[in-house]
Design a binder for this molecule. Structure first.
Ligand SMILES: *Cc1c(COP(=O)(O)O)cnc(C)c1O
Length: 395
């Protein structure tokens, strides 16, 4: 125990780890012929594909753009509804709005903070009666822990919806001994490589699927709706090598080669990243278990990537409350955070008609949660300082 230890700079809740190899990989691209649309993108896509064991993978400019083209590939449009978790980043819902569809929310399980599959089932039964079934259900693997995908897949067969996994938090996470992102129980999965997540490419994301038709559509959507694959063109050109065709309306949602190179380099260290994250989480679990707070519950058949480590400070059993705790941690230069404000409480979604009280579990959770710092470059002394600070505040 280091009594007078003070961190040199603020301890962020999340941060990327960039080493010399990462830097060299990006510089190599800067000195090469292609900054974008070059060969490195495909290499990164293959590396991720082999890592999670999925058939098709396409890099995107972000997870948000990936979620958007995933929805379009599944034909989400006006008159359709997408259901997701309120305990997520706004992008999980915005993708549906961008398609002209409606969005609705299924409350969370108070244990895992993921979409509750029992409530999902009940809501589906009600929706069927009213002829308002969702076209897509988007579970979000909150903090890196998988949702109950087997059950969600079963429901998708019974009620006829498609499944997009928002796996932004969950690169490297596992469900029933297989890597999240392999789409065993879904149509499409989407990863984020924002620097706060498991792997960093600056901005960046990836869409993954085992279905060729969805893969082809997302590949084209990512790049303006343009194809240069002759088999996809409307009128086959003879031997016009220069020919390309815009066959649908798409976007520039591409990743650059600089980002892909960084991604490949980062992916080569993913086992290190994950084991450090899991070690930090295990130390938190152990050190905090006798305090008046709740550490994150882990389902037996999951192995979290630990993007986040949320604790609950519940007013009934703690001498402090969430907001006081938050302030006291910030005073100590520990920049804890809150994940998430239920999406439908955002002013934009309130304007769409959502009201407070809609998903009580998510709201209770939101009023108690604090995200503790957890990232690869968190030093042992900083980690100890965080734990000691929590004890000082709570004991
Ligand atoms: C970060 C995040 C996104 C968006 O990722 P970007 O790559 O920043 O677009 C989407 N969903 C969830 C759950 C996220 O945490």
């Amino acid at each position: 125990m280091i009594n007078d230890y003070k961190p040199k700079k603020a301890i962020e809740y999340a941060s990327q780890d960039i080493n010399e190899d990462d830097i060299k990989a990006v510089i190599k691209i800067l000195k090469s012929d292609f900054l974008t649309q070059g060969p490195t993108i495909g290499k990164f896509e293959n590396a991720i594909k082999n890592y999670v064991k999925v058939k098709y993978s396409y890099a995107t400019s972000s997870a948000s753009s990936g979620l958007h083209i995933a929805c379009i590939a599944l034909d989400l449009g006006p008159g359709d509804i997408l259901w997701t978790s309120p305990n997520s980043f706004v992008a999980s819902a915005n993708c549906a709005i961008h398609c002209g569809a409606k969005v609705d929310f299924v409350d969370i399980d108070p244990k895992t903070y993921n979409m509750c599959v029992n409530q999902l089932e009940e809501k589906l039964i009600e929706a069927r009666k009213k002829n308002k079934l969702p076209k897509i259900v988007m579970p979000v693997h909150f903090a890196g822990q998988s949702c109950e995908m087997r059950k969600i897949r079963e429901l998708s067969h019974d009620f006829g919806f498609s499944v997009i996994e928002d796996a932004s938090h969950a690169v490297g996470g596992e469900y029933i001994d297989q890597k999240i992102g392999n789409c065993k129980f879904s149509d499409i999965s989407v990863f984020s490589f924002h620097p706060v997540k498991i792997l960093a490419t600056g901005e960046g994301g990836m869409v993954l699927t085992n279905k060729k038709s969805l893969a082809d559509k997302m590949r084209v959507l990512r790049s303006h709706g343009i194809t240069s694959d002759k088999s996809e063109m409307y009128e086959r050109p003879k031997n016009e090598k220069w020919n390309y065709q815009q066959i649908i309306l798409g976007f520039n949602y591409r990743m650059t080669d600089m980002q892909a190179a960084l991604g490949i380099s980062q992916l080569s260290r993913i086992d290190q990243f994950l084991s450090k994250r899991r070690k930090i989480a295990a130390i938190y679990d152990e050190e905090l278990k006798n305090l008046e707070l709740l550490t994150p519950f882990q389902n037996k058949n999951t192995q979290s990537s630990y993007h986040l480590y949320p604790i609950l400070i519940t007013p009934e059993n703690t001498k402090t409350n969430q907001i006081q705790f938050y302030k006291k941690m910030w005073e100590r230069n520990i920049f804890v955070n809150i994940h998430y404000i239920p999406i439908y409480l955002q002013p934009f979604f309130k304007d769409l008609g959502f009201e407070p009280g809609y998903c009580p579990n998510s709201e209770n959770y939101f009023k108690s949660v604090i995200t503790l710092p957890l990232h690869y470059s968190l030093s042992n002394v900083d980690h100890e300082y965080i734990i000691n600070s929590i004890k000082e505040i709570l004991l």
